[in-house]
Design a protein around this ligand. Structure first.
Ligand SMILES: Nc1ncnc2c1ncn2[C@@H]1O[C@H](COP(=O)(O)OP(=O)(O)OP(=O)(O)O)[C@@H](O)[C@H]1O
Ligand SMILES: [Mg+2]
Length: 225
C-alpha cells in the first residue's frame, strides 16, 4: 500500500547533516505501522514525506503502486485531500466549530454536499464513540475526546492512509492506550492503513509493524504475530 524506496531527505544546518537517509520500508493495507525511535531520529521527517507534505532528495514514495513523490505540487495536494488523513499531536481542531462541523470540513473541501457531509461526519463520530458530543466545541471536550474527533475527521473522507505524529503525546497514559486500540480496530475493520510516529510504549505495543529509526536510518523492523 505505502512503500518508501531508498528515501533520503537531508537537512544541512551549521555544517551538520541531519534528516533521513536511504530508508526503505513497506506498509501493507490495513496495517497499523509505527515509526519508533528517539527524538531527532527522523520520524516526523519520514511522516511528512509519506504524507506528501515534503518531497525526498532521493528515492520514491509509492502509494498503491504509483510513484507519488514525483507528481506535481497540485497533484500531490489533490491526493492528500482525497487519499490521506492526518492526526497531529495537538489535535488541530478548529476551535470555533463543533465536533461535527470539524469532521464535516474535509468532506466539504472535497465538494461533498452539506447534507451528505453531515451524514458521513455523524457516522464517523458515532464510530469513535462521540455521537453524544457532536455539538460540543473542542474546548468542551477532553483531550482524549478531541483526539477521537481528530481521528473521525481523518477517517470521514475514507482515506487509504492515515498519518499520525505523536497522537498520544498530549494525552495521559489512561487515554493513549484506548486511542491506539481504536486505531488498530479501524485498520482491521476498514482496511485503512495507519502510519504513526511515536516513542510511546503504549503505541508501539499495539502496532502490527514497528520500524525502528536511529540517526535517520532504519535499524530494525518487527512484525507482530
Ligand atoms: N526543517 C529542518 N531544518 C533543519 N533540520 C531539520 C529540519 N527538520 C528536521 N531537522 C533535523 O532532522 C532530524 C530529524 O528530525 P525529526 O523531526 O524527523 O525527528 P523526530 O524523530 O520526529 O524527533 P521528535 O521525537 O523529537 O519529534 C533532526 O536532527 C532535526 O534536527
Ligand atoms: Mg517528531
Amino acid at each position: 500500500m505505502l512503500e518508501l524506496r531508498q528515501i533520503t531527505r537531508a537537512y544541512e544546518l551549521g555544517g551538520e547533516r541531519a534528516g533521513v537517509f536511504a530508508v526503505s520500508l513497506e506498509v501493507p493495507k490495513g496495517c497499523l505501522a509505527v515509526l519508533a525511535g528517539p527524538s531527532g531520529s527522523g520520524k516526523t521527517t519520514l511522516l511528512q514525506l509519506a504524507g506528501l507534505l515534503d518531497v525526498p532528495d532521493e528515492g520514491e514514495v509509492r502509494l498503491d503502486g504509483e510513484a507519488v513523490s514525483a507528481l506535481s505540487e497540485k497533484a500531490r495536494c489533490d491526493l492528500r485531500l482525497r487519499k490521506l488523513g492526518f492526526v497531529f499531536q495537538a489535535f488541530n481542531l478548529v476551535p470555533v466549530l463543533s465536533a461535527l462541523e470539524n469532521v464535516m470540513l474535509p468532506l466539504q473541501l472535497q465538494g461533498v454536499t452539506d447534507e451528505e457531509a453531515r451524514r458521513r461526519a455523524g457516522s464517523a463520530l458515532e464510530r469513535v464513540g462521540l455521537a453524544d458530543r457532536r455539538h460540543h466545541r473542542p474546548d468542551q471536550l477532553s483531550g482524549g475526546q478531541q483526539q477521537r474527533a481528530a481521528i473521525a475527521r481523518a477517517l470521514a473522507p475514507d482515506p487509504l492512509l492515515v498519518l499520525a505524529d505523536e497522537p498520544t503525546a498530549s494525552l495521559d497514559h489512561a487515554h493513549g492506550g484506548p486511542l491506539m486500540d481504536l486505531m488498530a480496530e479501524l485498520a482491521q475493520e476498514r482496511g485503512v492503513t495507519f502510519l504513526v510516529a511515536s516513542h510511546d510504549p503504549s503505541v508501539i505495543s499495539r502496532a502490527h509493524r514497528v520500524f525502528r529509526l536511529r540517526d535517520g536510518k532504519l535499524i530494525g523492523e518487527e512484525v507482530a504475530r
